[in-house]
Design a protein. Structure first.
Length: 95
């Protein structure tokens, strides 16, 4: 059995919510609400948000809090390029 920390659980909860459209681009993520929904203190939520910020999924905005990132054209181009490169490498047997 694998042990997941509260930070890991909250991280997965928020990341999944972003991927499924529960949290929309530009929407503020309320730390106290996430903590209550996950039966934890606000500390693991803050740590999870810092991880998500490093992945550019959320932005930590001064005096506003955590906000789901808008996907910009440049970031989208990078994603497509990486996906295409990965697909081509897989098709050619480079993996």
């Amino acid at each position: 059995m694998k042990y997941n920390s509260k930070v890991d659980s909250v991280y997965a909860y928020i990341r999944s919510g972003i991927q499924k459209g529960v949290f929309l681009p530009g929407e503020r993520i309320v730390i106290s609400r996430i903590a209550k929904e996950n039966a934890c203190s606000e500390i693991p939520v803050r740590e999870a948000l810092r991880r998500l910020e490093s992945e550019k999924l959320v932005e930590l905005v001064p005096y506003k809090g955590a906000v789901v990132s808008q996907i910009g054209k440049d970031y989208l181009r990078q994603l497509v390029a990486v996906s295409y490169t990965h697909l081509r490498a897989h098709e050619t047997g480079a993996y």
